[in-house]
Design a protein around this ligand. Structure first.
Ligand code: ADP
Ligand code: MG
Length: 228
């Protein structure tokens, strides 16, 4: 599903260049549930951004589902991001002025899906994450765990085969976080969606089938998770 070959990411700063990811090789198979762990500033989010085509590497190649992302032009990369990957962030990134249903509908509307299809899909997705009764609420009227479920429903809208989640339980208490992890685990097992999740929570990482450790922009260890 994912192949990184000699991938580096260098940020140009006033003080000089900073290498956030160094010469990284990594293979992630279809259907894996990966936890990326490592200290703050080690390059976890940078790696996720490269996997999702949100940013391009300074050197090396990122391939996702057989597509070499650096060969895409700007327009193709945007389309890839919108249709092939579901993103989930620590702070949910829901639009506050839109209802739950409208937030989940966004990717479909952006892709100009027919109205009836949008309605059916949104209903199905909200049922899938257990929030069918919250469709007309606004994000601020929901708990953190519920908002993250909305974000996951939105991430599923385009039927991605890959979900990239950056600290999805980082703002949640343990019990609520466990619910979100169970949802991701179910999507991985029942719908064979490949999941790459950044977390610094050891317990959250237990949901994963493989744990990849990053230090200072380098993959230092890759171990089978407890469920593998
Ligand atoms: P993590 O997610 O592991 O905490 P990040 O991938 O966000 O770490 O960042 C890795 C390093 O790269 C950090 O030192 C961070 O300051 C730096 N970095 C990340 N994004 C940028 C950017 N857009 N410009 C400059 N430096 C950045
Ligand atoms: Mg980060």
């Amino acid at each position: 599903m994912i192949q990184l070959s000699k991938v580096s990411k260098v940020f140009a700063l006033e003080a000089g260049a900073f290498t956030a990811l160094k010469d990284t090789d990594l293979h992630i198979g279809r259907g894996e549930f990966i936890a990326i762990m490592g200290p703050s500033g080690s390059g976890k989010s940078t790696m996720l951004q490269l996997l999702g085509g949100l940013d391009l590497p300074s050197a090396g190649q990122v391939s996702v589902d057989g597509v070499a992302l650096n060969k895409l032009n700007e327009k193709e990369r945007t389309l890839f991001r919108r249709t092939k990957v579901g993103f989930v962030f620590q702070n949910y990134q829901l639009l506050p002025m839109m209802t739950v249903a409208e937030n989940v509908a966004l990717p479909l509307a952006a892709n100009r899906a027919p109205k009836e299809e949008i309605k059916d899909t949104v209903n199905r997705l909200l049922r899938e994450v257990g929030l069918e009764d919250k469709a007309s609420r606004f994000p601020s009227q929901l708990s953190g765990g519920q908002q993250q479920r909305v974000a996951i429903a939105r991430a599923l809208a385009m039927k991605p085969r890959l979900i990239l989640a950056d600290e999805p339980t980082g703002n949640l208490d343990r019990k609520t976080g466990e619910g979100v992890l169970q949802l991701l685990t179910r999507l991985n097992r029942e719908e064979q969606i490949t999941i790459v999740m950044v977390t610094h929570d050891e317990d959250a990482a237990k949901a994963a089938s493989r744990i990849i450790q990053i230090r200072d922009g380098e993959v230092v260890q890759s171990t089978e998770g407890v469920l593998a």
